[in-house]
Every structure is written in C-alpha cells, then in structure tokens.
Design a protein around this ligand. Structure first.
Ligand SMILES: O=C(O)CCC(=O)C(=O)O
Ligand SMILES: [Fe+2]
Length: 301
C-alpha cells in the first residue's frame, strides 16, 4: 500500500455515495473489487485480532481436522471487529446498495493453512441464503443480502480464492452439479478465481454463484466476511453476544444497529409501534442528516 492509498482509505467517512458506474457494475456483474480498502494500520490490527482468535480456537479444540477455522458470528470476540461493521471504504457500498434498514445477520472468519493432504475435487457452487432460494418463487429472486470480504492474504488461483461466475446472480439455477457422489466434478463455464491483494476487499450479491476453493499455495489464507441484510430478516449465526452484556455500550449507535440491536420488533420493520416510519433508527438518522435519503433508490427514502 502506498501513502496515497492510505490517505484515500482514511479520508472516506463511509457516507459518500458510490458512483453510478460502480452501481451499474455491481448490478451487472454481481460483485465489485474494492482495492486498498484497508488502511495499513487497520490491516495489521485486523490480522493480529484474527491470529489471536485462531490461537484461542486452536487452544479450545475449535479447528477442523485440516487446522482450518470457519468461525461464525465473530464480532464479540474482539472489540476491534466492530470497526468493520461501518468501515468507511466498504460501508459506503453497503448502504448505497441495501439502504438503511440493515444489520449483519451473518459473518465469519476463515483461516485456511495450506493443505497437506490432496483433496478430491468437490462441488461447492452455491448462492447464499439457503431457503431464500427455495421459499421465494420468482423468475429473478431479490438480492436480500450481500457480503463484504476483507482480504488479509493475497488471493488468486491456487491460494484458496473465492471462485465466482460474474453476472450469474440473476440465474436461479446453475447446471453442472454432480447427480450423485462419485460423478465427475466440472468447473462451470465462466468461473473465475477472485484476484485480490491483502488489504483489498470485495463485495458480492448473495445470489452470485460462488464456491470456495482449496489452498494449495504456501501461504495461509485469511479472510473476514461480513454479511448484511434487511433488519426484518432473522440472524443466521448463533452466539452473537459477548459474555459481558455491556460491551456494546462503547459502540456508536450505527454500530449497535449493525450488530442487530433495536428496541422492539416493529423497529426492525423500520417503523414505530404506531406504524409510522422511525426516523431515529441510527443509520436512517445518519443518512438523513447528511442529505443522502434522496429517493434515488426505494431503499434510500
Ligand atoms: O470461503 C470462500 O471463499 C467462500 C465462502 C462463502 O461461500 C461465503 O462466504 O458465502
Ligand atoms: Fe457462500
């Protein structure tokens, strides 16, 4: 990262609209790379926090047999993680694309040391959202959620990069799934490995067909994923709360909202008990005060 990149990362408040061309690219491709998203000090702090959690899990027997970690609902594990919720360089994409009535329903830390045993080819292509892909009967299903991935180790083919099929997010089906165990595993047409540097981030529509891949490089893969969805959708991860019930008090109101807090159920639907819109919902209030609820999208009014 150069000094200029650092300045750019720091100088964003998180409340700058994304550009028209970025929005169009996201809508057409289903994902966007955000180069140099992490300011270099933040990147180092985040790696340190991830390494600490990895060690804690290793000590507690929480790693998989291959020494990898896939830790869901990690925010309570270190106070610094909350900074990711509204980290300026990525957060501007989140609210610009999903609106103000949002929170993180699902998030995970992934640490994958290089494999030591060969892994048989497997089919992992999926859209996120589980039953959202069955329960909604529509030719094009709604986005409903998106994920930001903070990249902490260089990604490319062979390094355990997330594989995607750009532009596939409007397709409900993907051909090629092996019909039964033992059938050949193909790579679907259009599949690419995300190429990114440590310090970059990428953001993707949950409908984008994607797959994890195996880390055959010599470097441990470290990624931090933060999913966001509408507040009227339930959390996916368990253990969202810290053993200390007061830890969230140090967070800003927007961060508390993004962790899933709210005074009552009606609030999650964006309204007060009387059914009128609740202007005190922290992210709504923040965007409104900055003149960003311009109605340019239905979710920005
Ligand atoms: O680990 C990966 O590369 C992809 C993980 C994934 O499927 C997801 O975060 O939704
Ligand atoms: Fe996924």
């Amino acid at each position: 990262m150069t000094i200029d990149d650092d300045v750019r990362a720091v100088s964003s408040t998180g409340y700058e609209r994304i550009s028209k061309s970025e929005r169009e690219q996201f809508q057409e491709q289903g994902w966007l790379l955000i180069p140099n998203a992490l300011e270099s000090t933040m990147q180092k702090r985040l790696v340190r926090a991830v390494d600490k959690v990895y060690q804690e899990e290793a000590n507690a027997g929480g790693l998989r047999a291959d020494k990898s970690l896939h830790l869901l609902g990690f925010f309570a594990r270190d106070p610094m993680f909350a900074e990711l919720l509204d980290y300026p360089s990525t957060f501007r994409y989140v609210w610009s694309l999903l609106g103000w009535n949002i929170y993180s329903h699902h998030n995970h830390i992934d640490v994958n040391p290089p494999i030591t045993e060969p892994v048989a080819p497997f089919w992992n292509w999926h859209q996120d959202g589980y039953r959202q892909n069955s329960d909604i009967d529509a030719a094009v299903r709604p986005m409903l959620s998106l994920k930001v991935c903070f990249v902490l180790s260089d990604l490319g083919k062979g390094s355990g990069a997330t594989q995607i099929i750009p532009g596939s997010h409007l397709n409900n089906e993907l051909a090629g799934r092996p019909a039964k165990p033992g059938d050949p595993v193909i790579t679907p047409p259009g599949a690419v490995s995300i190429e990114a540097k440590a310090g970059d981030a990428f953001i993707f529509d949950r409908r984008l067909w994607h797959s994890r891949s195996v880390n055959v490089s010599s470097v441990t893969r470290k990624l931090v994923f933060v999913g966001y969805t509408h507040r009227w959708i339930r959390p996916l991860d368990e253990e969202r709360y810290h053993p200390d019930p007061h830890w969230q008090r140090i967070l800003t109101p927007v961060q508390q909202q993004l962790l899933g807090n709210g005074p009552d159920h009606a609030n999650f639907w964006g309204v007060r008990q009387d059914g009128w819109i609740d202007n005190d919902i922290p992210l709504r209030a923040e965007l409104r005060a900055r003149g960003l609820l311009d109605g340019s999208e239905p979710y920005l009014r």
